[in-house]
Design a protein around this ligand. Structure first.
Ligand SMILES: Cc1cc2nc3c(=O)[nH]c(=O)nc-3n(C[C@H](O)[C@H](O)[C@H](O)COP(=O)(O)OP(=O)(O)OC[C@H]3O[C@@H](n4cnc5c(N)ncnc54)[C@H](O)[C@@H]3O)c2cc1C
Length: 401
């Protein structure tokens, strides 16, 4: 049996190793378009490779995928984060969890994963052809013909692991074979807020903020990071991921509402603030810190509410109090444009699940052709979920069922 793997990224290399381990007598050949393999793995997780997430419930795990979560949930029954940890540990790479659930190799460097993958392909005799982009695929009987650098080759099985593509045309060679393509748009990005005073707070992280996108149902809570161009942090990345399509439709021009306290109920915030103010009537406003707001944020919120921070707490009038409460729990900003988060982004869209057998990852249109990784309409939030999607789908594809 001759198997071709197209693409030498996370999914491609993982698929190649597993295929060769399951079918030791088969010939496994990888074709990679560029002159490098595993380029994203090397730079991933800030050079540390956030390999998976420690979330134990499959049901909760799958909720981290705005696209493909339902299909992945079933596949995780066969190969989930625990299988990933075992897989790597069997090959002497210890994986450890951080408090927030992200999991990394104990060495804290993605080079460990790169080196392991490379030595495994060598040990198993997997051939890797660089500068070998595949741009045509044809079914010939039970076999599949690939056109690589002007030459045609025949294979018994082919696993396509070519990753995401920001352009729809990038999928044309597969669309022409009847596969349905979900329009690709970027996911995982940060929000630009041009000409706003808030960017003066750059570098400030606020632990529990609630952010919603006006005119949509999108609303999440979590840590928010203020940057020199706008807003980032887990809550913003989550919104960009779940809202990828809606925000693309809006051409990345939209309004958000921020509750700095994480509490959205105006009356509850007002009651809490009133009680803090009345307990500290003589203190100046800058000396109190409702909701444990960082000092710089509290000064900013007072300035935005047009209240002097020198004012004693007992001298706040009704109108000023209402304005301050409004700013604390419903502070609006216009977002204009997006920025890539630490160069990490994924594609929302790709090969539709309608074109894939969700038990085997085989194409519904071409026998013996399989898909794995980000090429599929499957993407997750940050935290190791995108790599887990690559490991799960490529492990299942490599069963070649
Ligand atoms: C900077 C950055 C950091 C990231 N960090 C993390 C992280 O820490 N944790 C996490 O879970 N996710 C992370 N991600 C997301 C994760 O890297 C991807 O989801 C994952 O790499 C997808 O794997 P893949 O193999 O499907 O695609 P890719 O890794 O993109 O690999 C696809 C490969 O196919 C090749 N190729 C494309 N077309 C062809 C063709 N026609 N013929 C031959 N070869 C082709 C490409 O050159 C590439 O090498 C990060 C992404 C980025 C960009």
């Amino acid at each position: 049996m001759k198997t071709a793997i197209i693409g030498a990224g996370a999914a491609g290399i993982f698929a190649a190793i597993n295929t060769k381990e399951i079918f030791p007598n088969s010939e496994v050949i990888i074709f990679e378009k560029t002159s490098k393999l595993l380029s994203k793995v090397l730079v991933s997780g800030g050079g540390r490779c956030n390999i998976t997430n420690s979330e134990q419930s499959i049901s909760e795990f799958s909720k981290n995928y705005p696209r493909g979560g339902k299909q992945l949930k079933k596949l995780l029954g066969t190969f989930n984060n625990q299988h990933t940890i075992n897989w790597f540990e069997k090959k002497r790479v210890v994986i450890i969890a951080e408090e927030d659930g992200r999991m990394f190799p104990k060495s804290n460097t993605s080079k460990t994963i790169y080196d392991l993958f490379l030595s495994e392909t060598e040990r198993l005799g997997i051939k890797i052809n660089l500068k070998s982009g595949v741009n045509k695929l044809k079914q010939i009987g039970e076999k599949i013909q690939l056109e690589i650098n002007g030459q045609n080759f025949l294979f018994d099985k082919v696993i396509v692991c070519t990753g995401g593509s920001s352009k729809k045309e990038g999928f044309n060679w597969l669309k022409n074979l009847d596969h349905k393509i979900e329009n690709p748009v970027p996911s995982l990005f940060t929000f630009n807020i041009p000409n706003e005073k808030i960017t003066k707070l750059m570098g400030l992280s606020v632990p529990n903020v609630s952010v919603s996108i006006q005119g949509t149902k999108l609303k999440y809570s979590g840590p928010l990071l203020i940057t020199h161009w706008g807003m980032s942090g887990p809550v913003v990345l989550k919104l960009s991921s779940f809202g990828a399509r809606i925000l693309d439709d809006k051409n990345y021009d939209f309004e958000i509402s921020v509750s700095w306290s994480g509490e959205l109920n105006f009356e509850l915030v007002k009651t809490k603030l009133q009680s803090i103010l009345s307990e500290n009537r003589k203190k100046k406003l800058f000396n109190i810190r409702p909701y444990n707001f960082p000092k710089r944020l509290w000064s900013y919120l007072l300035e935005r509410s047009e209240i002097s921070e020198e004012k004693p707490c007992g001298e706040i009038g009704k109108k000023q109090l209402n304005k301050l409460v409004q700013i604390i729990c419903n502070d609006n900003y216009n977002i204009k444009g997006k920025t890539t988060f630490k160069e990490e982004f994924v594609t929302c869209g790709g090969i539709s699940w309608e074109s894939i057998n969700t038990k085997t990852m085989e194409s519904k249109h071409i026998k013996n052709l399989y898909f794995a990784g980000e090429i599929i309409n499957l993407d997750g939030v940050t935290g190791g979920f995108n790599f887990q999607a690559a490991w799960t789908t490529s492990y299942i594809a490599s069963q070649l069922k």
